[in-house]
Each structure stands twice: as structure tokens, then as C-alpha cells.
Write a protein that binds this ligand. Sequence first.
Ligand code: TYC
Length: 142
Amino acid sequence: MLRRFDRSIPQPDRTTRAAIGPGQPLQAADNKDNDKKEGGGAGSGTDTIVRPKIKPKTQRPSLYRVLLLNDDYTPMEFVVLVLQDVFNKSREDAMQIMLHVHNKGVGECGIYPYEVAETKVARVMDTARKNQHPLQCVMEKQ
Ligand code: TYC
């Protein structure tokens, strides 16, 4: 007679190493019912493998690059002041970033969580508009 937990019969709901994933411990269930009904238990080969409780990982916020775009009209000094004021850059770093944008067309001002990046972009765009400069600032998911 075939036994319910005969190893030769594939068990569809049996958890395997592949299903749990590497590094997760396999646990043998305390199969008291089976033990009683089927006469299983230690050494009988009838222990069922159960999924361990997997702790959900803490989610890290997505990061966004804030980029400054070059144009032909915004004064270099204005861009340097924006970089110092909005992105807290030193005068030297601000000058370097501004020149990079001027020469390459685009440059990174910083990398921030979504809402911080959004606020910085808005501050740059507001101050540019108020001063009637066409300076553009954008953000992109890293
Ligand atoms: N290209 C501008 C000029 O020659 C300077 C500039 C630099 C403008 C960086 C925008 O993001 C910018 N006046």
C-alpha cells in the first residue's frame, strides 16, 4: 500500500530549498497529527518542511539626481550663487559644477530622496524665473 508521505509521490505543497531561497533555514514541522495517523516522526521520513517567517526588509527611499542644464543666457555668476544657496556647495565646488554644465551641457548638483530633490528643483526654477533667467533644473531617478 502506498503511504501518503511516500517519497516517491511528488508533494505539490512541499516547500523546497529552491522555493525558500538561499540562506533561509529550512525548518521541520512538528508533525504531531501525521505522527499519530501515519506513524511518522523522527527517522520515518515524513516530516514536512515549512516556510520560515521572513522578516520584511526595511524599504530604503529611492534616490534622485538633480541636474542643471546649460543655456546661453543665464549668467555664470547667477548659476554659481544658486549652487551655493540651494545645494550648499562651496564657492569652489559651485564654480566647478557650473563650468562642467557650461562645457558639457548638463551636470549633477546632488542626489537626494524624492521630496528633497523636488524641493531643490522648485527652488532653482523659482529663483531663475523671478530673475528672468532661462536656467533649467531637472531630476531623474538614479
Ligand atoms: N552657459 C552660460 C553662459 O555662458 C552659463 C551657464 C552655466 C548657464 C550653467 C546655465 O546651468 C548653467 N553664460
